[in-house]
Design a protein around this ligand. Structure first.
Ligand code: SAM
Length: 282
């Protein structure tokens, strides 16, 4: 394990590189090493894995993963100022850390990391949902992802039927992954403190999706159903089907239900009906 004990504190690194947080880059940094170690613990054994860290910033979580024995970290960061701030950590990491300047929304994760990777990040809140969808649609196929989101977004990701937080994001993520809430992080832990709390999630991609469905059709039916979530399926689904009532019935769903009451399996059946109609129409 590399010796990081001689490095200056994270706060000193940020100060000496003029790393004043930029809101446009969703920058809220963590300097509390106990908290960072707790997040790194969630990543599991990293001794045989390649980690992709999204947005290392001044390197707090990167340091914590190196302390925990990470073998190979590839840290992808958009802010040039952070790249400079990470230089001494790269040296100290003794070959275990590579920093790449780039935009995580541009993808190309597989080229960076190969397979068998773990994705980790205290994500910029402003692009976290978009980034997660990119990761799920990428060819990376990570074994697990430990990601921090704004608490409300995390609640939506893990929500089940019948709750207000349950929606399109819950269905699309849970179709492909098992999701678990690890713990909340108070706003006061960040520098600067955001207006919202954060939550760390463990997202484990399934070998195969939970139920058969095409992604395009699942996206279409969840978009229609939750786009008008106060309406019943016979109405809300009319933007996806010519005969919404018949489609819901064919999927084994009561057309008088609202989207909120339909579980993942129900949406996958609806997506299958959608795909059949769509492909036979094409
Ligand atoms: N991991 C650090 C920590 O915990 O202190 C920083 C977390 S901060 C919430 C988010 C980081 O993501 C910032 O360093 C920011 O510059 C970086 N970032 C923002 N947008 C990005 C993008 N599109 N691609 C890669 N990094 C990005």
């Amino acid at each position: 394990m590399p010796d990081l004990s001689f490095l200056p504190s994270l706060r000193t690194v940020a100060d000496s590189h003029g790393l004043r947080a930029r809101r446009s880059l969703g920058q809220n940094f963590l300097f509390d090493e106990n908290l960072l170690d707790r997040i790194a613990e969630q990543t599991g054994d990293l001794s045989q894995k390649t980690v992709i860290e999204i947005g290392p910033g001044p390197g707090g979580l990167t340091r914590a993963m190196l302390r925990a024995g990470a073998n190979r970290i590839i840290a992808l960061e958009k802010d040039t100022r952070c790249i400079a701030a990470l230089a001494s950590l790269v040296d100290a990491a003794d070959g275990h850390l590579r920093v790449v300047e780039g935009d995580a929304l541009d993808g190309g994760f597989r080229d960076l990391a190969g397979n068998a990777s773990v994705v980790v990040g205290n994500l910029p809140f402003n692009i976290a949902t978009e980034l997660l969808m990119h990761l799920l649609e990428s060819d990376l196929e990570p074994v697990r992802m430990i990601l921090m989101f704004q608490k409300e977004v995390a609640n939506r990701i893990v929500a089940g039927p019948g709750s207000k937080a349950y929606g399109r994001l819950s269905v699309l993520v849970q179709w492909q992954c098992e999701v678990k809430t690890c713990f909340d992080v108070p706003a006061s832990a960040f520098v600067p403190a955001p207006k919202v709390q954060a939550t760390v999630l463990r997202i484990t991609p399934r070998d195969t999706p939970a139920f058969p469905a095409s992604r395009t059709s699942l996206q279409a039916v969840t978009s229609a159903a939750f786009g008008q979530r106060r309406k019943t399926l016979r109405n809300s689904l009319s933007s996806a089907f010519d005969d919404a009532k018949a489609a819901a019935t064919k999927a084994g769903l009561d057309p008088n239900l609202r989207a909120e009451a339909v579980d993942l399996e129900g949406f996958c059946r609806l997506a299958t009906v959608h795909e059949q109609l769509f492909s036979s129409a094409g």
